[in-house]
Each structure stands twice: as structure tokens, then as C-alpha cells.
Unconditional design. Structure first.
Length: 298
């Protein structure tokens, strides 16, 4: 029997990742035909996806926590088939809601979409901690190695920046609600109200209080098993050659954590990428410029 162990190099990490999705599962997600009322939560990885799943599910169910893992009630569109979930069927409440990490060019069209944007420097740190608890050995792969050989690799063809730009091109599309992760942290109450209005869900005082409490960091940390990937691990770990690990997605959620985690050299390299993408295309000199643009977009 093949030994199950976490990756000890980026090459090994990429090799394990090749088996994570099946071609048929991804194809079923890509060719899904949405209803106009269907909702897709599709940010770049580590940019508030699970948080938004909890908010939207709470709004549509008045705070039901009757699920083993959030993925069971808000399916991951391009992974659902591999987890034995039916994306075509009815869900526990209306509207149907799906998680995704697809670019705008790939995601099925015809529904409604919620997209949160996060500082890529913080997304990098969050990605490293999440994958380090599940996919690779942090003693073998440093955050600097992961940044250069993983997160920033092929940045001009794929990855975080290309994902965000594909969606930001659609910023005037009325079917998409754009949110800023940092503003979600600063004003969770306002975020809940914006999402409820976008989804046309009546927000009475009782429902608002329930969702505000149940989407707080404290509540989600206290119920972290509801928000990890243990169902995904059970379905895909052995195929990917991985042992069981910590797949919790609710960690710190801090804004500005990169300042303490990343070296000046890595921060400089990240800035070069920023200038070559958002700087060159939109004139945003920093993530803060984009953040202000998101707020102004309203």
C-alpha cells in the first residue's frame, strides 16, 4: 500500500493536486445550467468563500446549522460530483446556492453571483496555513518557498491576480455583488444587509441578529468542524496520497497578517506582480486603491 504523507516539495504538492478533481466532475460543474435565481459564491481561494457560504445559508434558512459540513448544503460546483452531491437537485432552502472558485470566463452564466476580493498578500498567508495543515509539511516547505514556487508561479497566466481581474472586468454587471474582505471584517452588519438586499431576502430584526451572531469569527471557530473540509478529505485524500489533516478554514481572518509573515523580499516581489497586473491595466497603484474602488462601486 502506498504511504500516505504530505508533500515535501512544491513539485510533490502539484503532483498530489493533479488527482484532486476528476475531469468528469469538473465538466459537470462547467456545463451546469443555472436557474435565474441560483446564487454562486465564487471568490479566489482564501478570500472569504466559506464566510459567505455561512452568511447566505443563514439568510435563506433563518440560521439553520443542521449540516455536517457547509459543503453538504452549499455544494462546491466543480467538486460536487466527486463528493457524491447532486448539483441539479433541489436544496434544503431557496434559493439554491453554490460555492465555486471558477474564473468569470468559466463559471456557468445565468444566475446571480457574489464575489469578495481580498488583499493577495493576506490570501497568500491564509493559503499557506490552510494547505500546510492538510496538503504539505510546513517544515519542508517554507512560506517563502510556497510564495515563490506556488502562489506566485505563472502569475501572468493563472492564479490569484488573473482570477480577480476576470471578475473585476464585470464590475458593472448587475448580476454580480462585489464585496471587499476587509470591509466585511470592518462592517459585518452592513455586509449582511447588502447581501440580503441583493438576494431579495426580507431581513427582519430576528433574522439579522441570528445571521450576525452565526457569521461571527467567534461562532464559526466554536463550530469549526462545520466549516472544514472533512467530507472532501474523506472522498479525495487517499486518491491524492494524503493522510488526514487539519482542513479547518476558520483560523484568524486577520487583515494585514502578511506584515508579520512575509519577508521584505517577498513583499517586494508581490508588489512587482501587482504593478504588472492591476497597476498596468487599471491604474491601481496598490491593493488599497482597488479597495477604495470596490467601496466606491458600492
Amino acid at each position: 500500500m502506498t504511504e500516505l504523507r504530505r508533500a515535501r516539495s512544491i513539485a510533490e504538492l502539484n503532483e498530489r493536486g493533479e488527482n484532486f478533481q476528476t475531469e468528469i466532475g469538473r465538466e459537470k460543474g462547467l456545463t451546469f445550467q443555472p436557474r435565474p435565481t441560483d446564487v454562486f459564491i465564487s471568490p479566489a481561494s482564501k478570500s472569504g468563500t466559506t464566510w459567505l457560504q455561512q452568511i447566505v445559508h443563514g439568510l435563506r434558512t433563518r440560521g439553520s446549522m443542521d449540516f455536517d459540513e457547509i459543503t453538504a448544503v452549499v455544494p462546491w460546483l466543480e467538486m460536487a460530483h466527486d463528493l457524491g452531491l447532486d448539483i441539479e437537485g433541489e436544496q434544503v432552502a431557496f434559493p439554491r446556492v453554490y460555492k465555486s472558485h471558477l474564473h468569470w470566463d468559466e463559471i456557468p452564466k445565468g444566475g446571480r453571483y457574489i464575489y469578495s476580493i481580498r488583499d493577495p498578500q493576506d490570501a497568500l498567508v491564509s493559503s499557506y496555513r490552510f494547505l500546510g495543515g492538510w496538503w504539505f509539511d510546513e517544515d519542508a516547505i517554507s512560506i517563502t518557498t510556497y510564495a515563490r514556487e506556488g502562489f506566485m508561479a505563472d502569475w501572468d497566466k493563472q492564479g490569484h491576480w488573473q482570477h480577480v481581474m476576470s471578475w473585476w472586468e464585470q464590475r458593472d454587471n448587475p448580476a454580480i455583488l462585489f464585496l471587499c474582505y476587509e470591509e466585511m471584517k470592518a462592517d459585518l452588519a452592513g455586509t449582511i444587509k447588502r447581501i440580503a438586499a441583493f438576494l431579495e431576502i426580507p431581513l427582519d430584526t430576528e433574522l439579522f441578529d441570528i445571521v450576525l451572531r452565526q457569521s461571527s469569527l467567534e461562532f464559526m471557530k466554536a463550530h469549526k468542524r462545520h466549516f472544514d473540509d472533512h467530507l472532501t478529505q474523506a472522498a479525495r485524500n487517499t486518491i491524492c496520497g494524503l493522510p488526514s489533516g487539519d482542513s479547518s478554514k476558520v483560523r484568524k481572518g486577520q487583515v494585514g497578517e502578511h506584515q508579520h509573515e512575509l519577508s521584505p523580499e517577498i513583499l517586494s516581489e508581490l508588489d512587482v506582480i501587482w504593478q504588472a497586473t492591476f497597476g498596468a491595466k487599471y491604474g491601481y497603484r496598490s491593493y488599497q486603491d482597488l479597495r477604495h474602488a470596490i467601496i466606491a462601486h458600492g
